[in-house]
Ligand binder design. Structure first.
Ligand code: FNR
Length: 368
């Protein structure tokens, strides 16, 4: 028998249920990683190489998980990252995530390749709810410019340009499952010319510009007032270059292990980046986020200790939404809040500002 929602006690439980209830093609698209999926697995297991150095006898009666991301106050330092094709898992699509994000006062990053239209996802937000836009850059920059201008007009508060996908990775699970329905919004955002034999991901991505380069960054900065962040940065040299280029932030990410296999995990890269930025006095010049494999609040806490402003979470909310709809997303987010409150108390920190490198032992990471 299928577990009821109350029997899901952590984010992995949602994955197990989703695997059983989802359509095979949808499961293949959400769960797949590139090639041998070594990076996808490493994303989660990299967190297991970091241990805590809790402090004792610090008054932890009161705990406050709130923080600021790009100027927006959020209840807990994660955001719902952009994941394409929400309707594969739930007939209502990405708006389910919008409602969950509203309930828990966290930010949702809207994907270019959402199944719902961009306006539907914006319209599903309530009051002063904040959303960001993930951008795949079209070979036709007029289309890209229109998307950016429209997002800014509709109140998006951040533009995340995906830089790790000049060509979509080979996700073999996805390629094997015969994929047929890409949805109408995907056609509108440029995903025409669909070759279905290549799986969902490749079918929808032929418009992405592989010629995108650092030379294009001034143009992006000139067409919008939204803060611009590069999503998919994987080494310290590129973080430094991003600072010189004048962008507002980076996401250390390997696209959930769906692009370059053997890319390092975001948290591993973070451990490389922050000491170098501090050495150069650049740590306050840019906001650093990571995503990939975050499944426990301890993962969030570790990332914050190492200097991230926040973390993105992808698949767990897709699985929660696919298995149980909005109540699933709601519970997944609440579980993270409960876990984080407890673990903050156990390591001896009341607020996220107090988290720092002294609370983690990173000697298990391979850079040491
Ligand atoms: C993604 N991701 C992604 N990233 C992006 O920039 N544009 C996109 O369209 C998508 N689409 C997408 C679909 C699916 C099904 C997944 C699982 C992921 C990558 C995503 O933003 C993020 O980097 C990872 O999902 C983070 O890893 P976890 O949390 O899924 O382990």
């Amino acid at each position: 028998r299928m577990p009821i929602l109350e029997q899901c006690y952590n984010l992995m439980d949602f994955e197990a249920v989703a695997r059983r209830v989802m359509k095979k093609t949808a499961w293949a698209y959400y769960s797949s990683g590139a090639d041998d999926e070594i990076t996808m697995r490493e994303n989660h297991s990299a967190f297991h190489k970091i241990w805590f150095r809790p402090r004792i006898l610090h008054d932890v009666e009161k705990i406050d998980l709130s923080t600021k991301m790009l100027g927006t106050k959020v209840d807990i330092p994660f955001y719902v990252t952009a994941t394409a094709l929400g309707k594969l898992g739930n007939p209502e699509g990405e708006v389910v995530l919008t409602r969950g994000a509203k309930k828990h006062n966290v930010i949702q990053m809207i994907p270019t390749l959402a199944s719902c239209s961009f306006d539907e996802i914006i319209d599903a937000a309530e009051g002063d709810q904040v959303q960001w836009l993930q951008l795949y850059v079209n070979k036709n920059r007029e289309i890209t410019k229109r998307i950016i201008e429209h997002a800014e007009k509709r109140g998006c508060k951040g533009l995340f340009i995906t830089v790790d996908a000049p060509q979509l990775g080979r996700r073999e699970k996805d390629m094997r499952s015969k994929f047929s329905d890409v949805g109408s919004n995907v056609q509108d955002t440029g995903g025409d010319n669909v070759d279905r034999s290549q799986g969902a991901a490749r079918a929808i991505s032929s418009f992405i510009d592989p010629a995108l380069s650092w030379k294009d960054i001034p143009w992006f900065l000139s067409v919008t007032k939204m803060p611009i962040l590069l999503k998919g940065v994987q080494r310290v040299e590129d973080v430094i270059r991003a600072i010189s280029a004048g962008v507002h932030g980076v996401v250390l990410s390997n696209h959930g292990g769906r692009q370059l296999d053997f890319a390092r995990s975001g948290v591993e890269v973070l451990a490389e980046v922050m000491p170098e930025l501090r050495r150069l006095g650049l740590q306050d010049k840019i906001e650093i986020y990571i995503d990939g494999g975050v499944r426990r609040a301890t993962d969030i806490i570790k990332a914050l200790c190492l200097g991230a402003t926040g973390v993105g979470i992808g698949r767990p909310f897709l699985y929660a939404m696919s298995a149980y709809g909005l109540p699933g997303v709601d519970r997944a987010m609440q579980l993270l809040k409960d876990e984080m409150e407890m673990n903050m108390r156990l390591i001896g920190c009341n607020t996220v500002d107090q988290l720092g490198p002294e609370f983690v032992d990173t000697r298990g990471l391979s850079m040491h």
